[in-house]
Design a protein around this ligand. Sequence first.
Ligand code: ADP
Ligand code: MG
Length: 808
Amino acid sequence: EQDPLPPELEVKSSAPERKAFSVKVDRAADVQEARLGLPVVGEEQKIMEAIYNNPIVVIWGATGSGKTTQVPQFLYEAGFGSPDSPNPGMIGVTQPRRVAAVSMAKRVGDELGGAGEQVSYQIRFDSSVSSKTAIKFMTDGILIREIAHDFALLKYSVIIIDEAHERTANTDILIGMVSRIVDLRAAMSREDVKTKPLKLVIMSATLRITDFLANPNLFRTGTPPLIQAEGRQYPVTTHFARRTQRDYLEEAFEKVRKGHRKLPPGGFLVFLTGQNEITALAKRLHEALASPHGGQSNGHKVWISANEAPLETEDIEFGNVNDDFEEDEETDGDPFENEDDQDFEVEDSTPASSKVHILPLYSQLQTKDQLRVFEPLPENSRMIVLATNVAETSLTIPGIRYVFDCGRAKEKKYDRLTGVQSFEVGWISKASASQRAGRAGRTGPGHCYRLYSSAVYERDFEEHAEPEILRMPVEGVVLQLKSMDLQHVVNFPFPTPPDRQSLVKAEKLLTYLGAVSTEGKITSVGRQLSNYPLSPRLSKILTIGHQHGCMPYTIALVASLASLEMFIPENQLNLSSPTQPDFYSIEDRLAEEARTQRKSAYNHAHHLLSRHSSTSDALKGLTALCAYAHAPSKDDFCKDMFLSPKALSEASNLCSQLMNIVRNNYPTLLTPSISLKLPSPSKTQVAALQQFTAAAFIDQIAILASASPSPPELPRKPTRAIDVPYLPLFPINTKRRADTDIVDVAVFIHPSSILAHVATKDLPTYIIYSNLQRGTPATVEGAKRPRTRMHALTAVTAKQVAGLAKGT
Ligand code: ADP
Ligand code: MG
């Protein structure tokens, strides 16, 4: 079954090359000096020799040791990427995160001085690549798509796969693919002198990659050399909390607030799990730290959120550096565990002026706002960065001395058997905790305050997190590989192979979509599907969505389905209610009124966006996107309609991209001038769009439990739509027993769905869902068991179901 490897691909080791070419670079004096302090720079010769003598090299060094910024420069100076050198192909560097691709390109460009314009980035919908580009930073997804069009990656002379320790699915797949392309290019270069071999450099911040280095199926030319750049990390003192509080947000707030008053100068980096937490904490910190403590307003700015204008705030004071804290450091080391500290009075100490700059950092933030953490701050101010995992390894934020780690992260979980996905806040791994702590020791000795106890750390933290490829549906991966004519996907050299069952399930779905033949070969439909940067199901909608003149609507529909969080959920509106409803002060009443108004505005917006159908979330997304295209001011529109500006702008970018693909491949389906400023779809078109959606998800259908052949007995009649049980066509509980509770076998409408607002008697019998999600298991005893919720796409009628089953 093994894919046959032509004998000429069997490369034992490539002949050593000589450094015959070099490019001169003029760096600014300060850049030059800073570089000399980086451990990776000390290893330049060793690294370059290894790269010359081996097709694949692995570099391991702690975060901040200079891998990302320096290794591409070594290669550049050695002539890689220069048109007249022996290795004219570009230097490609992949990153798991967009923000890292952009900011690292900028940094390396700055360091290279005059040669800076040769450094570019490319992320989805945004690129600075030009004919001059020699070093190209990109997300791993971009390179995977490039491979689909240029299997030998002829534009490149070297590929650097960075942050390999994160083990994202894309990175893992790239490692497998590029290792083969290295073999292929070696063979090609022996046939044709004009084709140069390709080098692969894998870089990692931890040793989490050693498990696959010796895998002969992956690296056929033998285990690649591992070069270590010992990080010169300053010591970081780690402080565990005595107790682990469940409300870690409150805990973070208290510690940061006190810490700001007590700790000597130095940036704060607070690790939280998501955007909501970050926004909430930013608001609270802003209120707390901007409240007058004898200071007076002088108009310094605190940025609390990307969507709000900078707010005015007062100067903040903190204790001088000789306060109790310094003693704590020597004694027990945690300023927060000394009870006396609670009475610490700022006014009693010599005040030093400090402004706070609160900067959020999470992936949904617009790129320009993400990059704010790199802007220099005025003297005497403290930066407080509130970040998700983004700041764990890919970005080195200058000036961080104190890390506050909540110890948790939001992780996508995936049940391989049932396909149920969940976003759960769970403990991070020990490896992640140590990475987070390490962020405090870049510029000098630092401190990490862990908001959890050492007992919890020892007991509940895994050594490493599971590779992502084991935690996701793999039909997209399988289709991608098949489109490269790899028939037996099980033979692909995955660093960690997904289990066979997932692969079989994926193949079944692809067969059902018509993308793969029963022999496992890609079909012409499959080739069509792989043209789109979408999951196979969404691509499928595009291939059938031209009927009834629907193509432009179908494109908008798919783009809105592909972008996750377009609608800002009601519970994020911050409709804080007055605390004492019985004794309304004027402010309370005003607040209450504002709350009511906002709520009714929200409902109104919701209603407007649902105007094409009250039973289809898919069409609501479509309406939002088309209305957005018509809106004269996008920002106002998003604000009024409670939509996420970033999600909307990305969805419309995706629309343009899809329109281009459709136009290039199927010119008859779209008129050249078409845009998203579409008239309202007709009734027939609305029905057709619902049908297209259903066709791609027909295996994900749930039937109203009370309408099923053997309706279950319910303890009481549900009064809300979100409590009404549906039974999925394919059971979610594989350990199903006769006496299983309804919660174990049924699925329920997600509160964010349009169907959540339908009266229970009007609920549709059949619902098509895009995915199932299980809530976080309750940790409180006696609490309700979490329900499995459907992200509903659309209701369908019995007639439609019958039609779909027949394949019409
Ligand atoms: P690694 O990839 O090994 O984690 P990097 O190459 O990203 O390390 O960073 C090396 C050093 O360069 C960091 O320690 C930091 O001091 C500096 N640095 C990186 N990016 C920036 C930036 N945008 N602004 C200022 N300094 C930076
Ligand atoms: Mg790096």
